[in-house]
Design a protein around this ligand. Structure first.
Ligand code: HEM
Length: 383
């Protein structure tokens, strides 16, 4: 366990290398599928996925309700994309020449999703509390005890403020036909007998998926691109390749696992009901049989015919992330805005991950220098 805590990704890579079997035991008792083909079979298996997704825990009553909520939030985020694109350009400009990451990632994403998370007519005190939660790091499990304590301290008060606001919205009844924000979507997708507190818990879960997951994906993309490309020159890669490669190299969700719902057999091995079976996107993304030099960060692989192996930053199969496509767009838009007309360089960071529930980048400083306007623009009109 000590070895695992020191370097979880290195530890599972070693286990996978040393294990002769198709699955190996994780320090917390779950099983992890080592073989890539078998891992993909497990992720797509309909019987393994006949229960409910663990993402929502036991907060929703049925798989149908889980799917409906995922789709409602995804549709809302998709409709918000044009407004986000506009906002993120301004937010990138307002970032200043020096910014501290990775915390700047969730802050930037929050700034441009605040109105779709909680519409502008919602109590400003609650909106302020949400902003404070983002600043304190409540968007992901933080790596150190001190950071975790600072973030988690805010959770009870935030949850009770959201619960209070849910009560008031539900008392007033729906204000419009369409959801105005993610909170309306959660209220609308849940059954009436839902407690206000369950709505608040679900809302916070989705809030973290949007602000945290995307914010840290932006941070990883910037860090890895700057580490692999000298300062002073524009990146030779489109944001799309960059974001994909960052999520391959350092997938924010490095392990997905769930209990086996019925006794099942995979790769000739029997698994009793309740056994936790996991697949690691990190291992699959670094399988040398399926990726060319997987240890290297190479965005150009996304332009090479046949250059891609199994790619599952959003998991795969029936329980794939409902927001996968929109999350990719939101991340790419932010990276594009930050790199637009600017030279980027990082200091203080490296590619080693901090694993604490998710895969977070180590702190780094981003220096953003605006490129001099082109001569033609300066002399517009021929003067
Ligand atoms: C970079 C950003 C994101 C990453 C890396 C990510 C990753 C994931 C992963 C790996 C899962 C599967 C979890 C499991 O099987 O246990 C998942 C589930 C889910 N994600 Fe995301 N996610 C991201 C952003 C989002 C966004 C923006 C939304 C909302 C629009 C979202 C909504 C969901 C939902 C609803 C599920 C549960 C799906 C289901 O059970 O049907 N995610 N996400």
């Amino acid at each position: 366990m000590r070895r695992f805590r020191r370097d979880p990704l290195g530890y599972i890579e070693d286990c996978a290398l040393q294990s002769g079997a198709e699955v190996f035991r994780l320090p917390w008792g779950a099983w992890c599928v080592r073989d890539t083909e078998l891992a993909l079979t497990v992720l797509r298996d309909p019987v393994f996925h006949s229960g409910m997704s663990t993402f929502f825990g036991s907060m929703l009553p049925s798989r149908t309700a889980q799917v409906a909520l995922g789709r409602a939030v995804r549709d809302l985020m998709r409709a918000h994309l044009p407004a986000y694109r506009q906002c993120v350009a301004g937010a990138a400009a307002g970032l200043g020449p020096v910014s501290q990451w990775p915390q700047a990632g969730p802050l930037l994403v929050y700034r441009c999703t605040a109105d779709v998370l909680l519409h502008p007519g919602a109590p400003s005190a609650l909106r302020q509390q949400m902003a404070q939660a983002v600043a304190a790091g409540l968007t992901a499990r933080q790596p150190t005890m001190r950071q975790r304590a600072r973030a988690e301290m805010l959770r009870p008060r935030l949850l009770s403020a959201i619960t209070e606001h849910v009560r008031s919205r539900r008392t007033q009844g729906p204000a419009a036909d369409e959801p105005r924000d993610v909170l309306d979507a959660v209220i609308g997708a849940g059954p009436e007998e839902f407690t206000d507190r369950t709505v608040a818990d679900l809302y916070l879960l989705l809030f973290q998926s949007i602000v945290g997951n995307i914010g840290y994906a932006v941070a990883w993309s910037l860090l890895l691109a700057c580490l692999h490309h000298g300062p002073g020159r524009s990146w030779p890669w489109p944001a799309d390749w960059l974001v994909r490669e960052a999520a391959r190299h350092r997938p924010f969700v490095w392990m997905v696992g769930r209990p086996v719902p019925h006794p099942l057999e995979f790769g000739g091995l029997p698994f009793a009901a309740g056994t936790v079976l996991s697949v690691s996107p990190y291992l699959l993304h670094h399988d040398p049989q399926r990726w060319d030099r997987p240890e290297m960060f190479r965005p150009e692989r996304w332009n090479e015919p046949g250059g891609q192996g199994p790619y599952l930053p959003f998991s795969a199969g029936p329980f794939t992330c409902a927001g996968a496509a929109v999350a990719h767009s939101l991340t790419s838009e932010a990276v594009t805005a930050l790199a637009q007309d600017a030279r980027l360089a990082v200091s203080g960071g490296d590619a080693r991950p901090l694993v604490s529930g998710s895969v977070l980048p180590r702190p780094f400083t981003l220096c953003r220098t605006l490129k001099a306007p082109a001569q033609a623009a300066l002399t517009k009109g021929g003067e």
